[in-house]
Design a binder for this molecule. Structure first.
Ligand code: THU
Length: 127
């Protein structure tokens, strides 16, 4: 997992966050070990902002990866930053009950499963 955290920490530097000044990096690893990274990308029309997690997932999907087994999210906060609600739903779609590690720049980490963040998730099994 440390490699994913490092990747998320590096890509966080690319965050476009001139409005919130809150920079986030994410990295996801697919089932064959390929890693995709993402940072948050804000917009003057605030609602168009994309979170780091979704950027990472969409980059992977657009490169042909459909399933991811690990996720890392890095922000510069004392309380470790969890994915927002919208990202939890997107992560569930492509990761299922995968391992997610939150980390900060001081090396603190916490790992949990997505089902702990999104209990009783809605997904394609209901359709
Ligand atoms: N943000 C993320 O990119 N991921 C998270 O897990 C939480 C929030 C971004 C969205 C926005 O650019 C900024 O952080 C403040 O909400």
């Amino acid at each position: 997992m440390s490699e994913l955290i490092e990747a998320a920490t590096r890509v966080r530097e690319n965050a476009h966050a001139p409005y919130s000044h809150f920079r986030v990096g994410a990295a996801v690893e697919d089932e064959s070990g390929r890693v995709f990274t993402g940072c948050n990308v804000e917009n003057a029309t605030y609602g168009l902002t994309l979170c780091a997690e979704r950027v990472a997932i969409f980059k992977g999907v657009s490169e042909g990866s459909k399933r991811f087994r690990r996720i890392a999210v890095v922000a510069d906060t004392d309380r470790l930053t969890p994915p927002c609600g919208a990202c939890r739903q997107i992560l569930w779609e492509f990761c299922g009950d995968a391992e997610l590690t939150m980390a900060n720049l001081r090396g603190q980490t916490e790992t949990l499963r997505l089902s702990a963040l999104l209990p009783r998730a809605f997904d394609a099994s209901f359709l």
